[in-house]
Design a protein around this ligand. Sequence first.
Ligand SMILES: [Zn+2]
Length: 306
Amino acid sequence: MKYFAVITILLISLALVLTNFVFTKKDTDTAEIPGSEFSETVTVSETAATEPEEDENIDNKWAMFLVNKNNPLPKDYDNMIETEVVFESWREYYLDVRAADYLERMIDDAKEDGVDLLVVSAYRTIEYQQQNFDNSVQDRMDNRGMSYDDAYADTLAEVALPGESEHNAGLALDIMCEEYQSMDDDGFENTDAFRWLDEHAAEYGFILRYPKGKQDVTGIIYEPWHYRFVGLYYANEIKKSGLCLEEYFEEQGWLDENGKAIKMRGPFEEQEKKQEETSTVSTAATEPKETMPKMPYSEQQVSIIV
Ligand SMILES: [Zn+2]
């Protein structure tokens, strides 16, 4: 009986030691592995939070730059990009080759959902925009009796200066549908095409560039038809934020006090690098040319705003 008691105590002790050992071992394992994973995760997200423009995981960062009155494109931007046909109706429409696939996929997927998207404007060369601007000025002088200065100011309120329109960047599209093609009002927002774009455009890297209620910031009226490619990452971030592109740049600290981009400057940086290489000095600002047009503005097929 005495031996039995001793053996029992020994067995219980042994069991306790073993149990303790196993649990300690297990705790150590579980504590170490997720711990190291966690510290890695923290490092990555901290890097992404401080310098998103340097995060290599962000797609199509080249497409994330501002084009507006404060950030006109370099004068020779027409020669800096390669474009390709992305849509054909009564004419061909071009886009920067790097964004072309995204648009084609968006149009195909919309079609599968029963929505026919209709591209009505895409890439416009700076040269074309210049001609259009000049024609508009001339038309006001010829047909409304305005002086050059008045005609220029009046045109400026309606037509983007060459290099200041996103269409000049080859990254913007005006998209409508068969049932509704008027840009005189914002009625396009009541179509299935708009509802589809509103829900899905960001999945293909496009944002609604001139949203409702942002005219004071963008300088452009609400345009439910105008979409801009900025890449998947930024399209989703901007959509989530509810900000327009200028506000997003501002929030990230990428603008100076005059609204000029100091970070994420895309083609401007490319151009500066090129200039440094060739050591030539030229201005990036786009000045309106004094040349007068041949064809009256009113006779052109399309009137262009932005
Ligand atoms: Zn547009």
